[in-house]
Design a protein around this ligand. Sequence first.
Ligand code: SF4
Length: 90
Amino acid sequence: MDTQDVSVRPEHLALITAILELPSGQRLPCWDDPDLWFSTEPFEQLAAMAGCRACPVRPQCYAAADAAGERFGIWGGQPFPAHTTPQLAP
Ligand code: SF4
């Protein structure tokens, strides 16, 4: 069997560790409706951002997404790419 050198960003390791340390049975908000976190609809994007507010791994999630340069979706309560904001129609 070949071995492969796999590097993991510290931000991702921190996120994985935080998830593994959750109390047994605790679910993250995005796990029940992941499509909402990748919606292109501004109202749904805002709903996902609101859902992240209750997430116990929010800081780690944001840091991991930022380190990875995520280009799509809501991570850690923020839309990516960073510094974009969903705009609701007037
Ligand atoms: S902060 Fe991250 S892990 Fe938590 S609900 Fe939001 S997207 Fe999911």
